[in-house]
Write a protein that binds this ligand. Sequence first.
Ligand code: 2AM
Ligand code: CA
Length: 259
Amino acid sequence: MTDLKQKDLLIKEWLEEIKTYIIEQKNEDLEVSQKTADNDLVTRMDKTIEEKLVGKIRSHFPSDKIVGEEGFGDQVDSLEGTVWFIDPIDGTLNFVKQQENFAVMIAVYTDGIPECGYVYDITQNKLYSSIKGEGVCCNGQQVQHPENLKLNEGMIASSSALMGNEKKPVIREIGRTCMGVRMRGSAGLETVEVLKGNVIAYIASNLKPWDVAPGLLFMSEMGMTASQFDGEEIDLLKDNSIIFATNNAHKEIVNMLDA
Ligand code: 2AM
Ligand code: CA
């Protein structure tokens, strides 16, 4: 078995442990607190899950670097070597308010090239995973490539922050050009909607590296396009405003954003 396959199995084992932990803890006090704003929350679970994952990575791969949302990782200013991206709970507001529509996310990159990525929809029991070159699977079953639809042939996903931003009316114009807008509140799960073909694009502003790291691999494995709003490559060392889309819809969205 290759090192990458072994790593993939190990990560999947860790994710199963995390799922069991979340299910066990779900009726306990989440100890919710605010970070940068009223709707930017963190819970005891976000912190504990990240701490657990960082501990496992450090014990198995001590020379790798870790970029994590809750600060248990490293200060990373270069993508040289192997870098792990961890979002212990993506969609924390959903986790607190709905106890569903959240995901645990991990991605591993070496010298800026993706190796593997994971988005685990815990309550739906659906693990989306990818090893570079092998496409994307859901619970081990290959996800089929969606049709390369144009903007007026499907719906888009976006964030409420971006859709409600009065300084960016073009986003609502994009929303009117397509068949409808859906907002799920988890960057990872919105990305999954794109690769399944449920929406033709996900457009969101100021996402953190851990919000997009697995999705970037998923998009390339599905032959779809991922970029920043201006069409430039996504940079995993900074915040990015991103478009994940079918190739046709991507071209139209970049043109509209540029107009
Ligand atoms: P999070 O739950 O891990 O913070 C919500 O539209 C999506 O955007 C979620 O995936 C959320 O990730 C992400 N996001 C990134 N930055 C955010 C912020 N400052 N406030 C709220 N959500 C943010
Ligand atoms: Ca998070």
